[in-house]
Design a protein around this ligand. Structure first.
Ligand code: GLA
Length: 377
């Protein structure tokens, strides 16, 4: 049964009536451009066919009641009295809190939520829930839907309510994804450009079966290191440092800060080069850039993990793999590969077996289709 049918059925069981609406917002996998978004740089994610789904109906009071099919505890709160807690509910409350703070007159609603974006796997389950929530509030409270504005609401919820200093990538792609395409996002202007996946190739998510825990502090620390590098160059973000400027002054930077900045500068350049490769349909060049990106994230930015490194090495050994890299925040979770579509079954078999042999972990590899961003069904 599809998740759409499932949330509708569970809503009917609970409320003895059809939901007024169903919303969906996807997770994402990032093809290239990691840890560049909070440096005002470039990223190229795609929205994947795994998402958060909510079936709901408006309430006449100012309460939100949400029943998860995946967690035992239900979420109940009043829009007039929101208290911080922990777990998945914080993404829902955080979005309500930001919208309210922005002066929107919010209405209450109730419903059922589920999702199939794995948590802690680097596929942005939190952004999916934030954007599904934003879609629900905007529909129920009559707020105009603008993808970039709503992405910023989600990001702000995460930054100010949850305390994760994330950039805008995950929320932007969950809000604005385009079916069949990756999206080049300029994280300064929030301009997006749809870029086709090279013909004859597929994007494969390589789930290492490792999960990140307690990495918020490591993430926030990387962000602070990038800010201190920008400060050294007297600019607001590393986006404004040219590679000439960097080369001229790199030796004056503390070694760790230099490494972090080096990653950001080269990753931005790789992401723009990847756009050109994709426009030419050049899977080999795109793949090469992906491998280089992985190396830079592993060695200079130091956000990879043993499982991710093992997975990329297993993928690299298969001739039909053009490129592979860790994706998203890093440390654990998923890698991504670009693979010849005619050999994808063989690729999955070989990489699953070799990864399992190398790590004793059972991975999950699947082809993902690029989907649209958040929508009301
Ligand atoms: C996480 C954050 C994003 C981005 C990536 C790394 O997914 O939420 O904003 O910084 O890490 O590219």
């Amino acid at each position: 049964m599809s998740l759409q049918s499932l949330v509708i059925e569970k809503f009917k069981e609970r409320y003895q009536t059809d939901p007024s609406l169903v919303v969906r917002a996807p997770g994402r996998v990032n093809l290239i451009g990691d840890h560049t978004d909070y440096n005002d740089g470039f990223v190229m994610p795609l929205a994947i066919d795994r998402a958060a789904w909510i079936a709901l109906r408006p309430r006449s009071d100012r309460e939100v009641h949400l029943h998860s099919l995946d967690y035992p505890e239900a979420l109940t709160f009043s829009l007039d009295d929101m208290q911080k807690g922990s777990g998945w509910a914080e993404y829902v409350k955080g979005v309500a809190w930001v919208l309210k703070k922005q002066g929107h007159a919010l209405s209450g609603w109730e419903g059922v939520v589920t999702g199939n974006v794995p948590m802690g796997a680097g596929l942005s389950s939190s952004a999916a829930l934030e954007l599904a929530t934003a879609r629900a509030f905007s529909a129920v409270s009559g707020i105009d839907w603008d993808a970039a504005t709503m992405a910023q609401v989600g990001q702000q919820a995460e930054n100010e309510w949850v305390g994760m200093e994330c950039g805008i990538m995950d929320q932007m792609i969950s809000a604005a994804g385009q079916s069949g395409h990756a999206l080049l996002i300029d994280c300064r202007s929030l301009e997006t450009t749809a870029v086709p996946i090279p013909q004859g190739t597929v994007v494969v998510v390589l789930d290492t079966a490792t999960r990140r825990e307690l990495v918020t502090s490591a993430y926030n620390e990387r962000r602070a290191q990038c800010e201190s590098a920008a400060q050294f160059f007297g600019v607001t973000s590393l986006r404004d440092v040219t590679s000439e400027q960097f080369q001229a002054h790199a030796a004056e930077l503390a070694p760790l800060i230099r490494q972090r900045a080096q990653h950001v500068l080269t990753e931005n350049a790789r992401t723009l080069a990847a756009v050109e490769a994709m426009k030419q349909g050049d899977a080999h060049q795109l793949g090469k850039l992906m491998y280089e990106s992985h190396k830079s994230l592993r060695d200079d930015f130091e956000v990879s993990g043993d499982g991710l490194n093992a997975m990329v090495e297993c993928a690299r050994k298969v001739p039909s793999c053009y490129g592979a890299r860790m994706t998203g925040g890093g440390f654990a979770g998923c890698a991504v590969a670009l693979v010849d579509q005619d050999d994808v079954e063989n690729f999955r078999k070989i990489v699953s077996a070799s990864y399992q042999e190398a790590t004793q972990l059972t991975p999950n590899l699947y082809v993902c289709e690029a989907t649209n961003g958040a929508e009301v069904l």
